[in-house]
Design a binder for this molecule. Structure first.
Ligand code: SF4
Ligand code: MG
Length: 314
């Protein structure tokens, strides 16, 4: 399969009174057409900033200061704001953790979806409402929910509505930032099934999650981020079964595993302050394998088709 999204040496930073914080620091990553990629890491690792960078939705004091984001052959960072607006929604859809913040509480579901459809496609209101109703059915909701207001629906149903909105333009890539975090486990599984279904229809999915077990069951590939760095990226099964980076290993051992019965070992320490990150490897203060050369930044190397940023594999 060929590459749909290619992020190259992306740097996104925030300026604060305390200094510059590089939330995404020199990250390179590609997503193939129709591929399900999960970006995993603890909160503050830069995974959401990475997603928002791809959408070019970084607001001041945040700023993309370096790199390229090639989507379907075009560098999104070169587009005007107006051109980028067309890409958003039409080519790249996005869903967030809390659908309530993106839905208008005073407007019926159908009206909101129809508006979005009409924005991008020439059709009558009536046709758009019909399409909205079909879209709801395609995400597992009864079509008559177009006449409901957001507060009349459950959290899981609202997330389905957001997914319906995001896929209404048939985007090539769907970015989902913690889409199931606010939902209970059963609903969570159903939303994941839906994402899986959308993938099978040929869409690429980029799932942003702190939940390694969630990523493990559905993804083709998993990217692990730590303190603004991409520390490991490769085939999901290999990353889970045989993690290479010490951080990935720590992360997997600290969550209840889906495939192997293992004792849960909490990871010691905390992620670093990104305004003043540790010299050299940013995982060094927590790493059980740290050695002298880890006081220098490790390169990213390829091991069995996997990328890993660690001196152990150089
Ligand atoms: Fe640990 Fe060194 Fe690898 Fe960093 S580079 S993860 S400190 S072994
Ligand atoms: Mg986040």
């Amino acid at each position: 399969k060929d590459t749909l999204l290619k992020i190259e040496n992306l740097v996104t930073q925030y300026s604060s009174r305390r200094g510059i914080l590089k939330a995404v620091d020199n990250v390179s990553l590609d997503v193939k057409r129709g591929e399900f990629v999960s970006i995993v890491g603890e909160s503050g690792c830069g995974k959401s900033t990475l997603a928002f960078s791809v959408m070019r939705l970084i607001l001041p004091p945040g700023k993309i200061v370096g790199g390229k984001i090639i989507f379907d052959g075009i560098d999104l960072l070169e587009l005007s704001e107006e051109e980028m607006r067309k890409v958003r929604g039409k080519d790249i859809g996005m869903i967030f953790q809390d659908p309530m913040t993106s839905l208008d509480p005073l407007e019926k579901i159908g009206e909101q979806i129809a508006e979005t459809i009409i924005e991008h496609e020439k059709m009558s209101k009536k046709e758009a409402l019909e399409k909205a109703s079909k879209l709801l059915e395609s995400v597992g909701l009864p079509g008559d929910r177009i006449d409901y207001y957001p507060h009349q629906l459950s959290g899981g149903q609202r997330q389905r509505i957001m997914i319906a909105l995001a896929v209404s333009m048939n985007p090539k890539l769907l970015i989902a930032d913690e889409p199931t975090t606010a939902l209970d486990v059963i609903v969570q599984e159903k939303i994941m099934d839906l994402l899986d279904e959308l993938k099978k229809q040929g869409r690429a999915i980029m799932l942003i999650t702190h939940d390694f077990s969630l990523a493990a069951t559905r993804s083709d590939r998993i990217a692990v981020m730590y303190a603004g760095w991409l520390v490991e990226y490769g085939n999901a099964r290999s990353v889970v079964d045989e993690p290479l980076h010490p951080y990935t290993r720590g992360l997997i051992e600290s969550v209840p595993d889906v495939w192997i019965d293992r004792e849960i070992k909490p990871m010691p320490g905390f992620p670093p302050d990104l305004v003043n990150p540790p010299e050299g490897c940013r995982f060094r203060p927590r790493c059980p394998h740290a050695m002298d050369k880890c006081s220098r930044e490790p390169p990213t190397v390829e091991v069995d088709g996997r990328k890993v940023k660690c001196w152990l594999y150089v």
